[in-house]
Design a protein around this ligand. Structure first.
Ligand SMILES: Nc1ncnc2c1ncn2[C@@H]1O[C@H](COP(=O)(O)OP(=O)(O)O)[C@@H](O)[C@H]1O
Ligand SMILES: [Mg+2]
Length: 440
């Protein structure tokens, strides 16, 4: 992409009402634009990041055996009356009437709708286990939308729902999601810690929140320090195998959110291993048994022919919140520092003199060769001053910068800068291509 043709509206001023660094940087670097409180447009740079996160979430869900569907944002109130949650949910639910005066709502979550789909289509235990998920916009009319995409009113969520014939099957489904979440957040460059959590309006008795430690996090959390750097299960993990060792390894060490905090258990941890910190909830998994299947009559024929209510769990990831969480975990004074896996482009190619024929020819050659080897390049072909171009590059935080100018070219060299380490090296264009296209 040529910057001169791209749409990347940057803000010069730091927006005064943005309280945390991720919100400030998302506005300054033109990732999002607020449309009303807690509701954002995703501008091209932001959308690229969001899409890449979504793709990783999808890959790990599929790998764990979940199957993608897409349910609508608007739901009928009737469904929610069946579960009893239409009245319980309160003001966070955005209620809408259509032209026939029928009650609709903008979905804050999808337990009811997915239960209806499975109830209508699954008749026998032989069709189980089943885990269906979608990645869809949700609306919750939060009392205090804040911190940009961290606590929005409209936000993108991946939500999965598992259906099993018995509690043991549901527990296996829960474990698969537990492992898939560890892998997903790791691939996004984040260290996530599963913590015992409250079940809130979803209900049920077993629940973990996946927390990213960050000073600006909204949750107060308590855990054993050894959980921070515990290695995650490998990509090739067999999801059909018994996953309990992976779960036990983590859940045998203390980790809880404020709502589930047990000071006695916490103080049993050796003092130097106790961690009391702030965190961001990026995922939340629940096992709630037959809460919805009983209320909504979702049952199947069991092995002996008798009707059995489905055992269910639900599993959310805050896809749009993750953009903010990744930035909280990875930025510096100069701006964003994207992990390779989610960067909006891999490389920023900077021409120091866009009216110089040799410089432009060299840039174009690099641009094409890098793109042909599968790299996404943002080519700054504008006629801004060099200093301004460097500031923009640092602000938008692409993993690599390739800087090309007439003086270097006269010596056959260009400059390559690693955004994260700040290391700059001069080398020939061929050496730069080799370095940048080498397998990660
Ligand atoms: N208002 C919000 N804005 C952005 N992301 C949200 C919001 N509410 C929830 N999420 C994300 O969706 C995930 C699943 O939500 P869930 O746990 O059902 O909601 P809650 O955390 O309010 O109980 C959360 O872990 C979080 O990452
Ligand atoms: Mg939650």
């Amino acid at each position: 992409m040529r910057l001169s043709r791209f749409f990347m509206p940057l803000l010069k001023e730091t927006p005064a009402d943005a309280q945390i660094v991720s919100h400030r940087l998302m506005l300054r670097a033109g990732l999002i634009r607020q449309q009303s409180a807690g509701i954002y447009s995703w501008l091209p740079l932001g959308l690229r990041v969001l899409t890449r996160i979504e793709a990783i979430v999808r890959e790990e869900m599929n790998r764990a055996g979940a199957i993608e569907v897409l349910m609508p944002t608007l739901q009928s109130a009737e469904l929610w009356r069946e579960s009893g949650r239409y009245d319980d949910y309160g003001k966070e639910m955005l209620r809408i009437k259509d032209r026939h005066d029928r009650d609709l709502l903008y979905g804050p979550t999808n337990e009811e709708m997915i239960t209806e789909i499975v109830r209508a289509n699954v008749r026998s235990y032989k069709q189980l286990p089943l885990n269906l998920y979608h990645i869809q916009w949700k609306f919750r009319d939060e009392v205090r939308p804040r911190f940009g995409v961290m606590r929005g009113r409209e936000f993108l969520m991946k939500d999965a729902y598992s259906f099993d014939i018995d509690a043991a099957g549901a527990r296996r489904a829960y474990n698969r999601m537990f492992v898939a979440y560890l892998r997903t957040f790791d691939r996004l460059g984040l260290k996530s810690i599963p913590m015992q959590a409250d079940t809130g309006p979803i209900g049920g008795n077993l629940s973990h929140e996946f927390i990213i430690l960050a000073e600006t996090g909204e949750s107060q959390v308590f855990c054993h320090r050894d959980l921070i750097d515990m290695p995650v299960p490998p990509a090739g993990i067999d999801y059909e195998a018994d996953l309990t060792p992976y779960i036990k390894e983590r859940t045998s060490l203390y980790a809880a959110t404020e709502e589930k905090h047990d000071p006695t258990a916490f103080e049993a941890i050796p003092q130097d291993k106790r961690l009391s910190a702030r965190g961001i909830e990026v995922g939340h998994i629940f096992y709630f048994g037959t809460k919805y299947s009983k209320a909504m009559g979702a049952k199947v024929a069991g092995p002996e022919g008798q009707d059995v209510f489905l055992e269910m769990g639900s599993y959310g990831i805050g896809v749009s919140r993750l953009v903010g969480a990744i930035i909280e975990a990875s930025h510096d004074e100069a701006g964003l520092v994207w992990p390779d896996a989610v960067a909006p482009f891999d490389i920023g190619l900077v021409s120091l003199k866009s009216d110089d024929a040799k410089t432009s020819a060299s840039c174009l050659d690099l641009y094409e060769r890098l793109q042909n080897s599968g790299k996404d390049v943002l080519y700054d072909d504008t006629d801004e001053r060099a200093g301004q171009k460097f500031a923009v590059q640092d602000l938008i935080g692409l993993p690599w910068q390739v800087i090309v100018g007439p003086r270097g070219l006269a010596a056959g060299e260009i400059e390559v800068k690693n955004r994260k380490t700040g290391e700059r090296r001069t080398m020939t264009p061929d050496a730069a291509i080799n370095l940048l296209t080498a397998a990660p």
